[in-house]
Ligand binder design. Structure first.
Ligand SMILES: [Zn+2]
Length: 419
């Protein structure tokens, strides 16, 4: 009997965690930081205590209570068995914190698999001081498409298009049939062909677990390829300093921005840790925000862009900014209007009179694209996760939609479902 349970991404965007069990063996798909309960108890300045981070997260209901997953030394005061049962493996879809942010607490004898690019990004983040909390996880690269036999399972990894390189979808062959997991995906990026190849491979699967971030929104996401043109327009019309919000792991976009701004005679200045990360990932012409460069901005504000993290807002008090400047939001910090720091940003921009413009294209498929993917795969069952509105997924005829519930008891596959 194959059993499936959901330990994150249930009724929330992000933090997907899917546990597939059969004959005592377990495959866990993703292990990110948890956004439950909503709003999370740990936010802003309220963080878990440094000597018991995982224990605080578990007690506050914002890490999954999965036995034989975590390092025993991280579980002090928590009634949950740690260590490994030697029959569990973790597979990561991509290097975003809501999918890999808890891997620093995984017992070291549990194998963690991901794409080679995800492994490289996680290592570079760690080396730059931007890694996950806890211990540095040991991630093993999993080749594309070649199935990995693990107990009764065969796990295949497929490249998928999302807004970080190395993103993957998985298909897990079980005795109940194939279980396909999309990770996070989009059709408006540079590689819709990867998504189509995964759709082909997953066609007719027993269960499809699909992300649904934008299920409740009618708009079409702008194409990633439009970013370059729009950026060029903003560079052409802005006479002052440009503040920037880019996600550094969106390497494709960072490259585009660095190239385009250089063509226009401007330089992007990154915070030190981000610059270290980008250089380790092989990007060129990465400049660091240092006291000396920040002084130069005062002489020639029109020649610079400053990547501004949330903790850097007070820097706006020293920079030559005003109505002639621009704040260009391109899917970095703070992460959208639902981020508690978003209103803080708006207040700072209002105070400093900096105009706000959005140059946004997310890593998530629009609602129509998600429905097309479900129709094309035509699974027996579909589980919408990683969405605030799973009920907005309308399954095609012949597919049964199952709304996931968080944690136990989960679902037995192939033994009659209640919706
Ligand atoms: Zn996600």
């Amino acid at each position: 009997m194959t059993h499936i349970s959901f330990w994150g991404g249930v009724g929330v965007v992000g933090s997907s965690k899917v546990l597939i069990e059969e004959a005592g063996w377990r495959v866990l798909l993703d292990l990110g930081l948890d956004f439950n309960p909503i709003p999370p108890l740990f936010r802003g300045r309220v963080m878990p205590r440094t000597d018991q981070i995982l224990a605080d997260r578990l007690k506050a209901g914002c890490a999954p209570q999965i036995p034989y997953l975590y390092r025993p030394d991280a579980l002090r005061g928590v009634d949950l068995p740690g260590g490994s049962d030697q029959k569990t493996a973790l597979f990561l879809s991509h290097a975003h914190p809501d999918h890999m942010g808890l891997t620093g607490w995984v017992d070291p004898s549990i194998p963690i698999f991901a794409s080679p690019e995800t492994q490289a990004i996680m290592t570079a983040l760690q080396n730059a001081g931007l890694g996950v909390e806890g211990y540095a996880p040991r991630v093993q690269p999993l080749p594309e498409s070649t199935p990995l036999a693990f107990g009764p399972f065969r796990v295949s990894r497929y490249p998928i298009d999302h807004d970080v390189p190395g993103s993957s979808a998985y298909i897990v062959a079980t005795s109940a049939g194939a279980i396909a997991y999309t990770g996070d995906l989009r059709l408006h990026g540079s590689h819709p062909d990867w998504v189509q190849a995964f759709v082909q491979a997953a066609r007719g699967c027993h269960a499809l677990i699909i992300e649904g971030t934008l299920l409740n929104q009618a708009h079409q996401e702008p194409l990633e390829s439009e970013m370059e043109h729009q950026l060029d327009q903003y560079l052409a019309i802005t006479s002052g300093l440009i503040l920037l919000s880019l996600n550094p792991v969106n390497l494709e976009r960072v490259k585009t921005f660095v190239t385009k701004t250089r063509e226009r005679g401007r330089t992007i200045l990154f915070p030190l840790e981000q610059a270290r990360f980008l250089e380790e990932m092989g990007l060129q012409h990465i400049e660091v925000q240092e006291e000396s460069t920040l002084k130069r901005i005062h002489h020639n504000p029109q020649r610079y862009l400053v990547q501004l993290p949330v903790t850097g807002f007070p820097r706006l008090l020293d920079l030559p900014v005003g109505a002639e400047s621009l704040y260009l939001y391109s899917n970095g910090e703070p992460y959208g209007p639902s981020d508690p720091d978003w209103t803080t940003l708006m207040d700072w921009l209002h105070y400093t009179q900096i105009p706000f413009r959005s140059l946004s294209s997310t890593g998530h498929a629009s609602a129509s694209a998600l429905h097309q993917i479900v129709r094309d795969i035509a699974p027996t069952l579909v589980f919408p996760i990683h969405t605030a509105t799973p009920e907005a997924l309308r399954p095609p005829v012949g597919t049964k939609r199952v709304l996931p519930v968080r944690g136990n008891p989960g679902f037995d596959l192939g033994h009659g479902f209640g919706d």
